[in-house]
Write a protein that binds this ligand. Structure first.
Ligand code: ACO
Length: 318
């Protein structure tokens, strides 16, 4: 049976580094508080004229190169983002035009920090059912545009970036299973309450009930890991790498503990990237592939949790 295999990866970060010390010049915080509560030391912030699509394009071109394929080989393009360039067309269509792809399906997926996991799961289903041969799946964000830089409880958490993978039809095993969930009853825990149709009252910034999100994340991810292992009849020790959504090192460590993993089996980028929402998993995955830790044949668990609430996992053999 046809499987969907990751053929190549790429990523891109804006040039500008914002350290915790720099944030402490404008809001009442400290490097010690941020590192001890979150593990974040610095994040990247896009230039004023740099958009989500700009970041996505750089990551996508690198993934195409790594996969050894041409943009014209792509017959499905999905961008996971919460911070699209425009209301419409989708960032996927904007990226399609930049890459010179004509006629493929192209659309955005909005599942906040779980967006890349949703997008990869969708691409896998398109490939496995036979219609798609090569999919480009991108997670890209400019979270800095929806952060209130005067709010210390959220501004220290987020960053900008993009990651991408090319997924292709293969006879060898690739994506083994995906597990997607959401519960809109928790819509107000983590939100930008201003939109297009509902103008809301606020200025359009992220608000978060951090403690509640933290508790939900730990318990939900614990159940998700159990669900993923059971669906594949696998033991904890069968998983070589954990590539988690990079929101908080304490949440990541709790999931690793649940899997009986040491932290050297976890790809961690939150210290340098902060929370880049839908970009965080493909950024971390590309980091692990490029520095040689993640190798062909390794079993990798990706898991994420974010606004919606949404949560999900993808288990794959790289
Ligand atoms: N610097 C210094 N003090 C701060 C800061 C800061 N940057 N931010 C908050 N504080 C203060 C608070 O005001 C509070 O002060 P008080 O006790 O005088 O009231 C104190 O620190 C403790 O605040 P808490 O919110 O209880 O701190 P907590 O230990 O919960 O850490 C954090 C906050 C890091 C946000 C944590 O709750 C967390 O990581 N939550 C989960 C976030 C997450 O995983 N999001 C995932 C999805 S993101 C997405 O989908 C877009």
């Amino acid at each position: 049976m046809t499987s969907a295999r990751i053929l190549g990866t790429g990523s891109f970060l804006p040039r500008r580094v914002v350290t915790n010390a720099e944030l402490a010049l404008t809001v009442d915080t400290s490097d010690e508080w941020i590192v001890s509560r979150t593990g974040i030391r610095e994040r990247r912030v896009a230039a004023p004229d740099e958009t989500t699509c700009d970041l996505a394009e750089r990551a996508a071109r690198q993934a195409l190169d790594a996969a050894g394929c041409l943009a014209s080989d792509i017959d499905l393009l999905i961008v996971a983002t919460t911070t699209p360039d425009r209301v419409f067309p989708s960032t996927a269509c904007l990226l399609q035009e930049r890459l010179g792809i004509h006629g493929s399906a192209a659309f955005d997926v909005q599942a906040v920090c779980t967006g890349f996991v949703y997008a990869l799961a969708i691409a896998e289903k398109f490939i496995r059912t036979g219609g798609t041969k090569r999919a480009l799946v991108v997670g890209a964000e400019t979270m800095s545009r929806i952060v209130d830089w005067n709010d210390r409880s959220t501004s220290v958490l987020f960053g900008d970036g993009a990651g991408a993978v090319v997924v292709g039809a293969s006879d060898e095993p690739g994506i083994l299973s995906s597990h997607l969930h959401a519960d809109g009853a928790y819509k107000d825990l983590l939100t930008v309450s201003t939109g297009v149709s509902d103008r809301g009252a606020g200025p359009g910034h992220i608000t978060m009930r951090g403690n509640e999100v933290f508790r939900m994340a730990v318990t939900t991810l614990d159940a998700l890991v159990g669900e993923t292992l059971a669906a594949n009849d696998l033991k904890q020790t069968d998983i070589r790498w954990l590539v988690p959504h990079q929101a908080n090192i304490r949440i990541i460590a709790a999931t690793a503990k649940r899997l009986g993993m040491t932290m050297d089996q976890v790809i961690v980028t939150v210290d340098r990237h902060g929370n880049t929402s839908a970009a965080s998993i493909p950024l971390a995955f590309d980091t692990g592939v490029r520095d040689g830790r993640i190798r062909r044949g390794d079993v990798v668990l990706m898991e994420a949790f974010g606004g919606g609430l949404t949560w999900g996992s993808v288990l794959l053999r790289y």
